[in-house]
Design a protein around this ligand. Structure first.
Ligand code: AMP
Length: 433
């Protein structure tokens, strides 16, 4: 019989075989975030629609086409978060964090929602790790955030990633850049996609974000033509230019390799100065693994005092797709299997519960015969077998068999935990690997 229900289009179930890798990746990320001194901020999965519309910009794809907007029973206009930054900054202001310390390092992790066309690496519910360094305009803050960004991928085993970087300047220099782009692209308007023609009117920079093959061909032609595409960094004011130079110098000093990409603009309106992204070509069309930048105007946009900030979002789904394809597998913890006879079943139950305070322990729950339990233990791949025999139990001992060495020994029940600890110590467990 076919099941009556399926997961909604664009969503996925992660089964235990998948979540094992997810948990490992999350645990590793958490270690790195903590080493950088970031603290976790958990904000709601939905916020006022207006918060996202205001910060992302009305002309952004996210607002125009991808928002999960709904009215609750109290007729509030709400939306599932399409990204973290707006909600994190709303919380930053609401709790007056700016008044408590000058600089805050905040991370968040969890699902975000965008109504896009689902395909490999693009889902309607997906997960991000988000990090924000709020309160510092110094180039060193950009360098620290980009170092953290790279170190997170490295902790997962990525070695060959190149961070693409650009400066998107300030709104004024961006407008000047947009005007130049509009003039350059106007003669090609006929050949551009409908989306890009609209962007050419509303926000020409966004044309550079296009995924349409036709648009990309036009951009490639322009790039290769004599004049080439304008470069944002040529239009920066003195301060922005100095910031840019210092960020590049700082990254070099820190040993973080970057590649300048003059066409990198990022999708949201609130970015200023530094913008960066990282791609993995094995993902095909949805190659962006993560990205971020500076957003010095964002907090003011939300009614707060001028407060600089820089941050990023890493897409976990795509990073994990790559890791899966590479066969990355976190080590499995060795387990202990306790096998009992009819006469020792009750005693074994208490023993199992006690051992589980410390070790991963498997045990029969179906009152199966001794032989069936032994067979199941062999199949499960448990490293250590604890056999609770009737005569031995009366003498206060159990048999302990190590499937790795094939040896068997008699161990006093009150020495069992120590013995197991000795045998299992030094191995990497799933979470702490
Ligand atoms: P963005 O805020 O759009 O730069 O997104 C940051 C990262 O989230 C991207 O680099 C992707 O890895 C990931 N991401 C964005 N949209 C999706 C999606 N629809 N499905 C899966 N991952 C996504």
């Amino acid at each position: 019989m076919a099941p009556r229900h399926q997961a909604p289009r664009g969503t996925r179930d992660l089964l235990p075989a998948d979540t094992r890798l997810w948990r490992w990746a999350e645990a590793r990320a958490l270690q790195v975030l903590e080493r950088y001194g970031f603290g976790e901020l958990r904000s709601p999965m939905f916020e006022e629609y207006e918060l996202f519309a205001r910060t992302a910009g009305e002309s952004s794809d996210v607002v125009q086409k991808e928002m999960y907007r709904f009215q609750d029973l109290g007729e509030r206009d709400l939306a599932l978060r399409p990204e973290f930054t707006a909600g994190v900054m709303r919380a930053y202001l609401e709790h007056g964090l700016g008044g408590r310390a000058r600089v805050h390092r905040l991370w968040s992790m969890g699902p975000v929602f965008r109504y896009g066309r689902p395909q490999k690496g693009r889902y309607r519910q997906f997960s991000q790790i988000n990090a924000e360094l709020v309160g510092s305009a110094a180039p060193g803050a950009d360098v620290e955030v980009i170092s953290l960004f790279v170190d997170l991928y490295e902790a997962w085993g990525f070695r060959d990633l190149t961070v693409l970087i650009n400066s998107v300047g300030q709104p004024a220099s961006r407008r000047a850049y947009g005007e130049r782009l509009r003039e350059l692209l106007a003669p090609f308007a006929e050949r551009l996609s409908e989306d890009s023609r609209r962007r050419l009117e509303q926000n020409p920079l966004r044309v550079l974000d296009t995924k349409s093959e036709g648009d990309l061909a036009v951009l490639a032609e322009l790039r290769e033509s004599g004049a080439g595409l304008p470069r944002m960094i040529d239009l920066l004011d003195t301060d922005d230019r100095a910031h840019w130079d210092q960020v590049l110098a700082g990254l070099e000093a820190a040993g973080v390799a970057v590649e300048i990409d003059h066409g990198l603009v990022r999708g949201l309106d609130y970015y200023t100065r530094t913008a960066f992204e990282v791609h993995d070509r094995s993902l095909g069309a949805q190659s962006a693994l993560g990205g971020g930048g500076r957003y010095d105007g964002l907090i003011e946009m939300l009614g707060g005092p001028p407060t600089p900030g820089v941050g990023f979002a890493i897409g976990l789904d795509r990073a994990l797709l790559v890791l899966e394809e590479r066969g990355t597998a976190p080590p499995l913890a060795d387990t202990v299997c306790v096998v009992a006879m009819d006469s020792t079943r009750a005693a074994a139950q208490a023993l199992v519960r006690r051992l589980r305070r410390e070790f991963p322990v498997e045990a029969d729950v179906e009152a199966r015969a001794f032989g069936a339990q032994m067979k199941a233990a062999g199949k499960s791949g448990a490293r250590l077998l604890v056999i609770v025999g009737e005569d031995e139990w009366k003498q206060g001992v159990v048999a302990l068999k190590d499937s790795r060495t094939g040896t068997q020994q008699s161990v006093a029940v009150d020495r069992l935990a120590d013995t197991l600890r000795g045998l299992l110590s030094g191995q990497e467990t799933q979470g702490g690997a």
